[in-house]
Design a protein around this ligand. Structure first.
Ligand code: CTP
Length: 423
């Protein structure tokens, strides 16, 4: 936090870097959002960005003078001061050129100097044409930055500068501001998933009976989305396999939409091959209709003709991941929504399920009409294969998500040291 001239502890101090892309105009809205929500923002544009937005805009909206090079206000040593005292550095838009300069430690303007002196979380928000984003050089730079603990948001898909569209669009300012708040709020935990690849499944699968009907469940996907957002904020590269998720998916997370258990099984199994952690938060249907009618099923006048739905088993995705794993990676986390009954308590059912599934952690929650599903809070017990038990009393799904990652982090092998040559 910064301290004002009056010695008062006040607002979180944010450096907003703006690189030279058309999305620079959207950074003005981000600046507005951050200043209006109580952040002290200093804007550091690159010289190229001044072709898009002039410094008068930044100075007026931020209330601070603006420089692009290290030769202005030298008596203040701004290239060291800004980075050292920032609570967060966010660069939006981050162009392919800026990503390359950041990845390789260049220090040829004020913004790249700030990036080298910053000891706080750094958030880069790429925006560029699809071809540039998918280029191997850009992807290698992004991988290198992520491996070093920098949070690089996934670009959104949508309309680009002209009539073309695809991945490369800068996420909306409100989403970037939310990512900034998460990074500012997560304190010392910020980096503990840096360089890790994480797969989270979320939501509930739907098994079609006919073109309009399905067998489904009440999962909203909120807990899985919170897990994906928390992992991204802690530096992981996250893929969310989303089965009918009812809440917006977080910026900075790669989303793979799926419908059925079979589609989810295929996506998760493929992604697990390169992952450090797989969290199965999705409610996966155990059974599907054995036959799917191509036409809408109709009732006839004769009740004796009423259809009988025959079910067949879906694959158990989590058990399949356990079987396919060689060694300790990926760490596998299951979820279990249980009710107590005459055959055992919720905890006893959870322990039995953990043993049956063979995963490393099982996040157990008691469900009922108003518990667990489609609510903003959750109360869970995180069971470990080694017999550990961590209770998380009724808390927001974000708090539960961080508790799950707190349990996962010590189970991860030490991170590999990544160099440019290794990419
Ligand atoms: N799961 C899975 N594949 C399935 C069913 C469940 O991977 N076909 C995963 C869920 O994502 C969850 C865990 O297994 O992480 C436990 O899900 P749950 O439905 O509680 O387990 P089941 O084995 O289906 O047990 P039950 O008979 O109690 O429903």
């Amino acid at each position: 936090m910064s301290t004002s001239a009056h010695g008062l502890q006040d607002r979180p101090r944010v450096v907003l870097g703006v690189a030279g892309g058309i999305a620079a105009y959207k950074a003005a809205l981000l600046l507005r959002d951050l200043t209006e929500s109580g952040h002290d923002v200093t804007v550091v544009p690159t010289a190229a960005s001044e072709h898009f937005v002039g410094r008068a805009t930044w100075e007026a909206l931020s209330g601070h003078p603006v420089a692009t090079d290290v030769w202005s206000h030298v008596q203040d040593v701004p290239h060291v001061r800004l980075g050292r005292y920032a609570d967060l550095v966010v660069v939006a838009p981050a162009t392919a050129d800026l990503l390359a300069r950041a990845a390789h430690g260049l220090a040829d303007d004020l913004l790249t100097n700030v990036l080298l002196t910053a000891t706080c979380p750094v958030l880069l928000v790429p925006a560029m044409h699809t071809e540039m984003w998918l280029n191997a050089a850009v992807q290698a730079n992004v991988a290198l930055l992520r491996a070093r603990g920098v949070t690089v948001l996934e670009p959104a898909s949508g309309r680009l500068t002209g009539a073309d569209s695809g991945p490369g669009r800068m996420p909306e300012p409100a989403d970037i501001a939310a990512a900034c708040r998460r990074l500012l709020g997560s304190g010392a935990r910020s980096y503990d998933l840096a360089g890790r690849r994480v797969v989270v499944s979320a939501g509930g699968t739907r098994e079609p009976l006919d073109p309009v009907r399905f067998l489904g469940n009440r999962s909203s996907g909120r807990q899985g989305v919170a897990l994906a957002a928390a992992a991204a904020a802690r530096g992981a590269s996250v893929t969310l396999v989303a089965a009918h998720v009812e809440v917006p998916t977080p910026a900075g997370v790669d989303v793979v939409p799926v419908q059925t258990a079979a589609e989810l099984a295929e996506a998760v199994t493929k992604l697990a091959a390169g992952a450090d952690v797989v969290v199965m938060a999705a409610a996966v249907a155990d059974f599907r209709p054995a036959a799917r009618s191509q036409a809408k099923i109709k009732k006839t006048d004769d009740p004796a003709q009423d259809p009988v739905v025959v079910l067949e088993r879906n694959p158990d995705v989590l058990a399949g991941l356990v079987r396919a794993r060689t060694g300790a990676s990926p760490v596998l986390v299951g979820f279990a929504a249980e009710t107590g009954d005459e055959s055992g308590t919720v905890l006893q059912h959870g322990r039995a399920k953990l043993a049956r599934k063979g995963c490393d952690l099982l996040v157990l929650n008691e469900v009922g009409e108003a518990k667990g599903f489609a609510t903003a809070t959750n109360a869970v017990t995180i069971l470990g294969r080694d017999g550990t038990e961590r209770e998380v009393p009724e808390a927001s799904k974000d708090v539960v998500a961080d508790a799950v990652w707190d349990a996962v982090v010590p189970m991860l092998p030490p991170p590999a040291v990544l160099t440019t040559g290794a990419l």
